[in-house]
Design a protein around this ligand. Structure first.
Ligand SMILES: [Zn+2]
Length: 483
């Protein structure tokens, strides 16, 4: 009798154990976590904390990881909101990146027409609240699976602040936090489900500051030297320079300070520049020429100039071995099905988009492996990808056709469409992690490809040099967090 009961117990237990040790178990774990993930993501979406000021967002993710048994080290790389959370032990070590910063200047409620939230100046227009939450959840699921299945290996979740212009991950790479990692996974909110060989441009940014002399603009202009003249002279030269740089390079600027009254010769003015190209060396050489335009502008206007490099990121180094694994996992998880309410929401958003590239309905499918994207943005994941074999994916957290950094992205990211897309991401990351933990040969192949793509002479150097983290780069910007 006793034996029979024991046998019965075992036979009941066996499928459960098997499920825990299979991809299905991981997927079920994450499907069950979906309501909690939606809560977490919604909190981070509502706080909308900008770069290096993501105190509450970072703390919430850390708390979630600690509860799940992770050991959390916070304030790494001299960044208060950066953290590394670790579970499991030994090799391989797999890292997952988790972003959580919002964008200043974009503020929108989770509704399908343009409707800013009163009193708010920042928003999650790039979906980093979903990014951080899904990565955290995938890490928790993998830690649980490692333990239950008795698999050897370490899972790390990297809390990476200030992706938007702050180059947070660059400081973490520079601090050596990825040195013992075998593979890094990441994802990004998007309007399509895709995993392939994504590209992103290398980027270097700086604030150019000019110092002149104030005087009455009408009464005694000859006694003044205009810092604004210097900014305009620099911008003029930079715009002429466009003709003489590679045509696939990008330069853009905003004047962040241009004086405060027409009747006062401005004694201070500032221009904030980005330079981008697929090749980091080209970015550096264009940037050096840009500095010359600033020097020339100062010389010609009788002002002085100094500049501060704010950010610098490498382009993305692809890894096809890993991308194929990610693609297989994504294909297994599949796309997103809208409820009738979500469909109505999506239709309203879709009607507001200018020449959308993807059709409404495409959220339900996974795009082909070679689905093309221009990849003309930049990301600090680039620096990670030149340090460790790295792989990512994108999921349809936004209505198809929605561009990043738009109110439409902010809207869908704050409701169930965003949360569904986020769950596709966490499941795909977890399946990919499981595949890598159980296939050391795949990791070895990915490393060989990484070495080959990087070249034998490559030595990592941060484009932003050895400056300390630009913790106050959002200060003084509307929505930038200055009190
Ligand atoms: Zn982003």
């Amino acid at each position: 009798m006793k034996k029979a009961a024991l046998l019965l117990g075992l036979s009941l237990l066996a499928p459960a154990l098997e499920a825990a040790d299979s991809g299905d178990g991981l997927r079920q774990f994450l499907a069950a976590r979906a309501p909690r993930d939606a809560e977490i993501a919604h909190s981070i979406w509502s706080w909308a904390e900008v770069g290096y000021q993501e105190t509450k967002s970072s703390a919430l993710l850390q708390e979630e990881l600690t509860k799940a048994g992770f050991k959390v080290e916070a304030g790494v790389a001299a960044i208060p909101t950066a953290f590394v959370a670790t579970a499991g032990s030994g090799k391989p070590v797999i890292g997952i990146l988790a972003e959580f910063d919002a964008l200043p200047g974009i503020n929108q409620d989770a509704v399908p027409d343009r409707h800013p939230i009163a009193g708010k100046q920042a928003g999650h227009a790039c979906g980093h609240h979903l990014f951080g939450t899904a990565s955290t959840s995938a890490g928790i699921a993998l830690a649980d699976w490692l333990k239950k299945s008795g698999t050897k290996g370490t899972i790390r979740v990297y809390g990476t602040p200030a992706e938007e212009g702050g180059s947070g991950k660059v400081y973490m790479v520079r601090a050596g936090l990825f040195n013992d990692v075998d593979v890094v996974m990441h994802w990004h909110p998007s309007d399509a489900n895709a995993a392939g060989l994504d590209r992103a441009l290398a980027n270097k940014s700086a604030k150019f500051r000019f110092h002149g002399l104030s005087a009455h603009a009408s009464g005694a202009p000859e006694k003044g030297r205009s810092a604004l003249d210097a900014v305009e002279a620099m911008d003029n030269m930079a715009n002429m320079m466009r003709e003489h740089i590679p045509s696939d390079a990008r330069m853009h600027y905003v004047i962040t300070s241009g004086g405060s009254a027409p009747n006062v010769v401005p004694d201070f003015a500032e221009s904030y520049y980005y330079v981008r190209h697929i090749d980091a060396k080209t970015v550096e050489s264009i940037f050096d020429r840009l500095v010359k335009t600033a020097e020339g502008a100062a010389l010609g206007t009788g002002t002085t100039m100094d500049y501060e490099v704010i950010g610098g990121t490498h382009n993305l180094l692809a890894n096809e071995t890993l991308a194929r694994v990610m693609y297989k996992s994504l294909s297994e998880v599949g796309g997103i099905t809208y409820t009738p309410e979500e469909q109505a929401f999506a239709q309203k958003i879709y009607a507001t988009l200018i020449s959308p590239t993807d059709e409404l309905g495409s959220q339900s499918k996974v795009q082909s492996f070679d689905y093309e994207r221009p990849g003309l943005g930049s990301t600090d994941v680039g620096d990670v990808s030149w340090t460790v074999p790295t792989v990512g994916l994108r999921t349809a957290t936004w209505v198809p056709g929605t561009p990043a950094h738009s109110w439409q992205a902010t809207a869908a990211g704050g409701m169930s469409i965003g949360y569904k897309g986020m769950n596709v991401a966490s499941q795909t990351l977890a399946l990919t992690g499981r595949e890598l933990f159980t296939h050391p040969d795949t990791i070895a192949k990915a490393k060989a490809e990484f070495d080959k793509r990087r070249g034998p002479d490559f030595k990592y150097r941060a484009l932003l040099g050895d400056r300390p983290p630009a913790l106050d780069y959002r200060k003084g910007v509307p929505g930038g967090g200055q009190e």
